[in-house]
Design a protein around this ligand. Sequence first.
Ligand SMILES: Nc1nc2c(ncn2[C@@H]2O[C@H](COP(=O)(O)OP(=O)(O)OP(=O)(O)O)[C@@H](O)[C@H]2O)c(=O)[nH]1
Ligand SMILES: [Mg+2]
Length: 336
Amino acid sequence: MSKKGFFGRLLGGGAAADAEPAPAPVPAPETEASWFARMKGGLSKSSSRLTQGLTDLFTKRKLDDEALEELEELLITADLGVATAGRVTRRLAKSRFGEDIDADEIKAALAEEITAILAPVARPLAPDFSRKPHVVLVVGVNGSGKTTTIGKLAKHYRDQGRTVLLAAGDTFRAAAVEQLKVWGERTGCPVIARDTGADAAGLVFDALAQAQAEGADLLFIDTAGRLQNKTDLMDELKKVVRVIKKNDESAPHDVLLVLDATVGQNAHSQVEVFKEMVSVTGLVLTKLDGTARGGVLVALAEKFGLPVHAIGVGEQAGDLRPFAAAGFARSLVGLE
Ligand SMILES: Nc1nc2c(ncn2[C@@H]2O[C@H](COP(=O)(O)OP(=O)(O)OP(=O)(O)O)[C@@H](O)[C@H]2O)c(=O)[nH]1
Ligand SMILES: [Mg+2]
């Protein structure tokens, strides 16, 4: 399959998105197989924790109450969360209780259960390019990977021939603006920025007006990292949304919450608070390559049911991919 076909299908090029021609040539394809291998490599820390535990637990063993209890504990320590671990274990018990089972069978059964949880949330970003611009507000705590994710998404849509503007709504740090500008240069996307300390909402207002005037396909709005317990910063975020709505009532069309997977269970409170503040519409999980806590994605999927648009498995432009349920589940339990 061509790269465009792969991305088009997975990263939101549905029928509506394909309505307009995408003129730019598509760069050299990375095959699905090579991406899958990299995701699997990225998830190896998460999966090795689980697989070692599973192998220790199930060397030809009857799936009895004790085994189920140990399995549940293992899933909890792998960050799947108490509720999800309980549900997965109960469903396994229903189908296999009392049977002799080995680690590989358990892995396959687990992958199936986890896929069932993840499938409903594996929904690619699906911009409506007829909006000119489709506005994507990107939020999250400090250092979660917001700016990098914007850079990666900008590259993806530029490669599709889309016109993309980037708004440097992180006006706190000079380095933040510089970082976005580097991504802008790398990806050929203009960056709208103001001096450090400027009003973020004002900058965003201007950026949207410019994107509308230019008829851009997409506007990505970077924001400063903010801890979920800092109410003044959260209020600023609300103000940014209000200002956007003054200009386009339907915007922002996507509010992406970028979560660093290495924080594990703390991600839950981040989702709760940001969801309340700015109506988060979807999640991106980053740094899955550097953590043994990838299981948290399963817990988040089950608890919140928010779409998981993409996952980050590295710092480079190509290290963001649409989130695919079965591939992730199988990699997480160390299959394939
Ligand atoms: N390994 C790895 N590193 C990542 C990933 N995504 C982002 N990073 C790195 O994480 C660090 C923080 O990323 P940023 O994009 O600056 O995060 P941010 O949310 O914009 O941070 P603030 O603006 O300070 O709130 C950088 O060093 C990135 O290169 C990922 O998927 N994997
Ligand atoms: Mg940033």
